[in-house]
Design a protein around this ligand. Structure first.
Ligand SMILES: [Zn+2]
Ligand SMILES: [Zn+2]
Length: 341
């Protein structure tokens, strides 16, 4: 059976792997129809992601079909179209016992720490499948990306009367925006790339855009947008240490800063900038099971339109040669989808 593996930094190859066994108790056998390519996959490909060992079959943003189920499985049936919650938690550690399974101490994310879905079929814990009768496989493959933004938005919990800023309009920032715009807060977005800001204005009608040039003009624009109070909530989705460290200066006093992007590097800031504001700093990691259910419902009822998301496509037969081009920011990619069937 065909699979594609990242075998070493900047190298993919097609491999032949054994057909999976029939599902055991609590398991499902699924066929991959679509895989979304994510910033994590790109970091793994470039050899920059922690906890990633070569070789590895990528794929954690997946739209799959249930082919068979094992004993005791009652949340899905054969033929169901599903999204996968790719975070395999242990169920026993301290955060798992407290319900914070998104940050399990023994977390195995499929496609990152273990082999993922860029293959014809594989076995998965059935409890991690989230079915929809209405959504197509492209939409199902987008649910996990959206879930990252859903959880980040829940962490910051923007309220009526708040000015909230999202920094970085890549897929994670856009995903956060999808949920922030459903709250009663007033949303601003910042990016260094004016095309991304135009995209957000055109697609979501957000006019509070801030073009980051690093020359202080962004501060003036923010003062103007917030009546001089700056932001009660900032979500940094850049994964850039300079942006993450610098974000405190855009916070209002008593404000909250959420880091949803990840960097391997040290982030530094003047403690006085945090102290003076009595600021709160939070991380946001992965997402929780109810986020998947909620997102599926929001796409089903049209609250979230996934059409603008998919900008590029490739196929499992061509991905070995086409992957590199899809990792380049200049390709203008928001989300590239791999057709596996
Ligand atoms: Zn992802
Ligand atoms: Zn755990």
């Amino acid at each position: 059976m065909l699979a594609v593996q990242i075998c070493e930094p900047k190298k993919l190859r097609q491999i032949d792997i054994p057909e999976p066994d029939q599902p055991g108790p609590g398991e499902a056998l699924v066929r991959t129809h679509r895989m979304g390519i994510c910033g994590t996959d790109v970091s793994c490909y470039l050899g920059k992601f922690p906890f990633f060992d070569f070789p590895r079959i990528p794929g954690h943003e997946l739209g799959v079909e249930v082919l068979a189920i094992g004993d005791g499985v009652d949340n899905v049936k054969v033929g169901d179209r599903c999204s996968i919650e790719p975070y395999m938690n242990c169920g026993e550690c301290f955060p798992c016992r407290r319900g914070a399974i998104n940050c399990c101490m023994n977390l195995q994310v499929i496609g990152v720490m273990t082999d993922g879905g860029l293959c014809e079929s594989f076995l998965v814990r059935a409890s991690k499948l989230h079915p929809s009768e209405k959504l197509g496989y492209d939409q199902l493959a987008l649910v996990e990306t959206l879930a990252i933004g859903c959880h980040a938005n829940d962490r910051g919990a923007p309220k009526a009367g708040d000015h909230a800023l999202i920094i970085g309009m890549g897929p994670i920032g856009l995903a956060t925006l999808e949920f922030a715009r459903l709250t009663d807060a007033t949303i601003s977005v910042m990016d260094m790339n004016p095309q991304r800001l135009e995209f957000v204005e055109r697609t979501y009608g957000i006019t509070n855009t801030v073009h980051f040039k690093g020359d202080g003009s962004e501060n003036e624009r923010m003062m103007e947008l917030t009546d001089g109070n700056m932001y009660q909530l900032i979500t940094d989705a850049t994964g850039n240490k300079h942006s993450m460290g610098g974000a405190f200066q855009y916070l209002s006093h008593t404000g909250t800063l959420v880091y949803v992007g990840i960097t391997n590097e040290e982030v530094s800031f003047k403690h006085a900038d945090m102290h003076r504001r009595e600021a709160t700093l939070m991380a946001s990691r992965n997402a929780l099971p109810p986020d998947f259910t909620r997102i599926i419902r929001l796409i089903e009822d049209g609250t979230i339109n996934t059409d603008p998301w998919v900008t590029h496509r490739t196929h499992i037969d061509r991905v070995v040669t086409e992957f590199d081009g899809l990792t380049k920011p200049e390709s203008g990619v928001i989300k590239a989808i791999i057709d596996v069937t």
